[in-house]
Design a protein around this ligand. Structure first.
Ligand code: UDP
Length: 460
């Protein structure tokens, strides 16, 4: 029997990284036969978000217009909370107040997805809580352990961690962080990072590198390519110079290898790199690349030498060995799995490690023997399977890690269980939300159909 309406999943995002890491989920929800995404952009990085989502074929349902430059954190938070409240009450009417409705049978969002650690994500989580919409947190459980660093992201993560009913954690270590803070393990799910899904999708598009100095790479499918990036503050000066000197040395010992170095725009970095490598024919210096060609370059590489954080998670997704030009890394799971090797910035040490990887196929293969702990490109599939299970009680998705329990998530979200003849159902508990019934005069509410989603995406 068809359900009366297709439950909608709010997806709230505001910044470019959020758009990148959420588009794989939005794509799957757009194609889903029974769930529908309602994408709300806060308007912070308006054009960048629109560009990312448009290239991924994702539609934005509403823009809250919170894009004024120079907006303080409190103003931003207030604007997102009230903007989302207006949007939700305008589209769906007031929150269920003294009325109960089954998870699948009331026209009210089944969940509100927020991502990561921005202030707009934590504001959206608070607003969703007040509106009695269960919050699903994507990229949950990252912690530095120092509430003020990074500011305000670390506290935003913790706040969302308190509010969320369902936590999609990239790794097992992220779940452990949540459990240490008192989150029931049954409300967590190890999914991998959706950023890896986005990266693989982007690399597969094979968009042109689109700059003259990389034209040779369009046609060259045989040369081995080493990609090098360096920009961390602790490496400024001698560290970056040593990384560049190591590259120069490797061009002498490995004349068949080409090196591509997207140079960070910071003058402290760029001057050092250019001074060491400008005149080396096997080295292509280029400015920072757009995300999709950079994903393609990573996938094309034989080896990556980097001090970047994100790239330590990304390159192993293509089975590419990563030498980390730092003395420590917060990506310890990658070092333990063997997808990363810490080499510091000492020139000779970098040269020795790179030589081993370039010359010894067995050493190269060792890097890709273990799965990338940060994701296999199917994080969004797992999250959608989890949402489906929560909303429709479909079979429990295959777990990655300890798994989660539907009733725990729903009960935390304020649904209570009743056992009906056709099996258990979960209904919203009656709680006074304090919302006056909204004045809906002039507001267009999407018509509900008895047999599936409406044709258009109405909405505000
Ligand atoms: N990146 C990019 N173009 C580049 C270099 C990096 O799109 O030329 C991407 C990279 O894939 C990663 C993100 O930028 O997802 C951040 O990497 P970065 O090295 O700037 O910094 P970190 O992760 O250390 O903050």
């Amino acid at each position: 029997m068809p359900l009366p309406v297709s439950p909608e999943i709010l997806v709230v995002l505001g910044t470019r990284p959020e758009a990148i890491k959420l588009f794989p989920l939005i794509q799957l929800l757009q194609d889903h036969p029974r769930l529908r995404p309602v994408v709300v952009s806060t308007g912070q990085h308006k054009e960048l978000v629109e560009y990312v989502l448009e290239t991924a074929g994702c539609e934005i349902t509403a823009d809250l217009g919170v894009g004024r430059p120079g907006l303080g954190l409190n103003q931003l938070t207030a604007a997102v909370v009230s903007g989302l409240d207006d949007f939700v009450t305008g589209r769906y009417g007031p929150p269920p107040n003294h009325i109960s409705g089954r998870v699948t049978r009331d026209h009210y969002p089944a969940a509100c997805v927020v991502h990561g650690d921005t202030s707009s994500a934590s504001a959206a989580a608070v607003a969703a809580f007040h509106l009695r919409i269960p919050v699903a947190h994507v990229e949950a459980g990252l912690r530095t352990g120092t509430t003020l660093s990074p500011f305000p992201e670390e506290l935003n993560r913790q706040l969302i961690g308190r509010i969320a009913s369902f936590h999609a954690a990239p790794t097992r270590a992220n779940v452990q962080n949540l459990v240490r803070e008192g989150v029931d393990i049954g409300r967590t799910f190890v999914t991998g990072n959706t950023g890896i899904d986005a990266l693989q999708w982007s690399a597969a598009r094979q968009v042109p590198y689109d700059r003259p100095e990389l034209e040779w790479l369009e046609d060259d499918t045989t040369s081995r390519v080493v990609t090098v990036t360096a920009h961390r503050r602790e490496n400024w000066g001698e560290g970056i110079a040593d990384i560049a000197r190591a590259v120069r040395r490797l061009t002498e010992t490995h004349p068949d290898v080409r090196f591509v170095v997207p140079v960070h725009p910071n003058p402290a970095v760029a001057q050092t790199v250019r001074a060491e490598l400008d005149d080396v024919p096997a080295v292509t210096l280029t400015s920072p690349m757009e995300y999709r060609p950079f994903a393609r370059l990573l996938a094309r590489s034989t080896l990556v030498l980097t001090d970047s954080g994100g790239i330590q998670e990304e390159a192993p997704a293509f089975g590419v060995p990563v030498l980390v030009a730092r003395s420590t890394t917060e990506r310890s799971e990658g070092v333990e799995a063997g997808t990363l090797e810490l080499v510091g910035t000492d020139r000779d040490r970098i040269v020795a490690a790179a030589t081993r990887v370039l010359d010894d196929p067995e050493a190269r293969a060792a890097f890709s023997r273990q799965p990338n702990p940060y994701g296999d490109g199917h994080a969004a599939d797992r999250i959608v399977a989890a949402l489906e299970h929560l909303v429709f009680n479909t079979p429990v998705p295959r777990t990655s890690g300890p798994g989660f329990v539907r009733s725990e998530v729903l009960e935390w979200a304020g649904f209570h269980r009743t056992d009906a003849v056709d099996g258990p159902t979960f209904e919203r508990e009656s709680v006074t939300t304090g919302h006056e019934p909204a004045d809906l005069e002039g507001v267009v509410i999407q018509p509900l159909t008895a047999d599936g989603p409406p044709d258009t995406d109405g909405g505000a």
